[in-house]
Design a protein around this ligand. Structure first.
Ligand SMILES: [Fe+2]
Ligand SMILES: [Fe+2]
Length: 297
């Protein structure tokens, strides 16, 4: 007999269930992040969490041997990536993933209605969601600082990629929902694999390993909730399309980051995306996150 607590994220749902789940998510997200600070693109409780980490820093026992290698390759890989040590490769890979996130949310924040202009519950949910994503970029920056990298800049992508990200949020909702959901799913998959990578690459740096995992947990809790929330925008046909999009999306996105293929098992990540059901997430993540009612057994 299966003891699984949760069903596949691609499980069918009715329009009525999704309406009720939006109401439930809205209650969750307000208490989870605290007050929205619209001007600062921030949330009160999340800011306090970040400040706790900043006020209680940990440091590498052995500083990075070659920070020049990081700064030379973090925007664009110029060296042969196989020539870099795994710590540097992991850190440039984290930056590149976070940079895509930052570019994507910058474009979306500019076109999405502010909280004051939000007319629907979905608008409000999406505004808070975007503010959470800005918090993630700050948490990623704190990971890099913890490793002694405090001169990281957040730079735009190439002009055509910036255009793609600017165009993305202007796509009508019924077309946008499936790719937006798969993007969140890709985030949770990446963060789960990154958590394991920290165990491996930072085995000789237990304090920094624990801190980076704690910072990552804050992100993963939000992202697991985002997966359920974005899934909740999608009906019967859209959810079939979403499952079909996992492989091409993961392939396209991760192939753009040369570090990923060297550090992660992309085939396994795609399988994890297609099979995602919350059961593999650690209890301490699930307890603080949000799962749609129709994914609960
Ligand atoms: Fe995020
Ligand atoms: Fe997200």
């Amino acid at each position: 007999m299966s003891t699984a607590k949760y069903r596949s994220i691609f499980t069918a749902s009715t329009a009525q269930q999704r309406k009720e789940n939006f109401d439930d998510y809205w209650i969750f997200t307000q208490q989870h992040g605290g007050e929205l600070l619209e001007e600062e693109k921030d949330l009160l409780k999340k800011r306090a969490k970040l400040e706790f980490f900043q006020n209680n820093p940990v440091k590498l026992r052995t500083p990075l041997a070659n920070t020049d290698a990081f700064y030379r390759n973090y925007i664009t890989m110029v060296d042969d990536p196989k020539s870099l040590d795994r710590k540097t490769l992991m850190l440039t890979g984290i930056y590149k993933f976070a940079r895509h996130e930052w570019v994507g949310i910058k474009g979306a924040w500019a076109v999405a209605p502010s909280m004051a202009d939000s007319r629907t519950l979905q608008d409000k949910i999406s505004r808070v969601h975007l503010a959470e994503e800005f918090c993630h970029v700050r948490l990623f920056e704190e990971m890099l600082r913890t490793c002694g990298l405090d001169e990281v800049e957040w730079l735009p992508l190439s002009p055509w990629k910036e255009k793609v990200y600017e165009f993305f949020p202007k796509i009508p909702a019924f077309l946008l929902n499936a790719p937006a959901f798969v993007t969140e799913l890709m985030g949770v998959t990446f963060y789960s694999h990154l958590h394991h990578l920290f165990d491996d690459v930072l085995a000789d740096e237990p304090e920094v390993r624990d801190r980076l995992q704690a910072l990552l947990d804050e992100i993963t809790i939000d992202e697991a909730a985002h997966v359920g929330q974005r899934r909740n925008f999608i009906g019967a046909t859209g959810i079939k399309i979403s499952k079909w999009l996992v492989k091409p999306f993961y392939t396209m996105f991760f192939n753009d980051i040369p570090e990923i293929g060297l550090l992660f098992d992309l085939q396994q990540m795609m399988k994890d995306g297609e099979n995602f059901d919350f059961n593999e997430l650690p209890t301490h993540i699930v307890e603080r996150s949000w799962i749609p009612s129709y994914c609960k057994v």
